[in-house]
Ligand binder design. Structure first.
Ligand code: HEM
Length: 201
């Protein structure tokens, strides 16, 4: 068990070290902060997709790798939360050093909609421990993680989607977001079909 939390420790350390390295190598200026904001959004996307698709992939494409992913999905999810709170931390730092640039890069609608994603991320991370998950109960836990997962997916779809026309670089990120949803939906369809076959007379 401790070994899996170590995965969270290692991944969180790597994201924090990358963020600090990027900011320091730019002399602590706002350009470095912007690079760090974009880099942490990308580490968050990869970790989120790994956690979000873990069960579905293990079901659709069983292998040692997808079984590892499913076994570790809780730890991948918590690592995503850490990475994304680092994203938020650097955004807050940027807002405090250059208010004008901050409002050029974002707007109130993004703050409200993307900010709400953080409520889900915090609630999902807080209920990723045995005790807190038991306190919430399996039905509410499933509902929170289902609705929260899709809300975060929509946040990525919007954040990446609106940048696709700006640069080809965003195409692979958009493809990753799209594939994550397709994998989840395919696994859901397969489960529903199996359920229907079992309950058929
Ligand atoms: C209060 C909430 C948030 C604010 C104010 C915010 C702000 C920003 C800003 C200013 C950038 C662009 C930095 C730059 O170009 O210099 C950015 C990038 C990004 N953010 Fe956030 N963000 C928030 C939450 C989120 C959430 C919840 C997600 C997804 C779940 C997200 C995903 C992204 C992505 C994918 C990028 C693009 C990274 C890239 O260019 O590769 N953000 N964010």
């Amino acid at each position: 068990m401790m070994g899996r939390w170590r995965l969270v420790g290692v991944l969180s350390f790597l994201v924090a070290a990358m963020t600090a390295g990027l900011i320091i190598s730019h002399g602590g200026d706002v350009d470095g902060m912007r690079v760090a904001i974009r880099a942490t959004a990308r580490t968050s996307l990869v970790l989120f997709v790994m956690a979000f698709t873990a069960s579905a992939l293990a079901e659709l494409l069983p292998s040692a790798a997808t079984r590892w992913q499913r076994r570790n999905r809780r730890y991948l999810g918590v690592s995503f939360a850490v990475s994304h709170f680092i994203h938020l931390g650097v955004i807050v730092a940027l807002a405090s050093v250059d208010r004008v640039l901050f409002w050029q890069l974002t707007n109130i609608a993004t703050i409200v909609l993307a900010g709400s994603a953080y409520l889900f991320i915090a609630a999902m991370a807080a209920t990723s421990f045995d005790r807190t998950a038991a306190w919430l109960g399996p039905r509410k836990w499933r509902l929170l993680h289902l609705v929260g997962g899709w809300y975060i997916w929509i946040s990525f779809a919007i954040a990446v989607g609106k940048r696709v026309p700006l640069d080809r670089f965003y195409w692979p990120m958009a493809a990753l977001v799209l594939v994550a949803a397709i994998v989840r939906l395919l696994a859901m369809l397969r489960r529903n079909r199996r359920q229907a076959a079992i309950s058929a007379p």
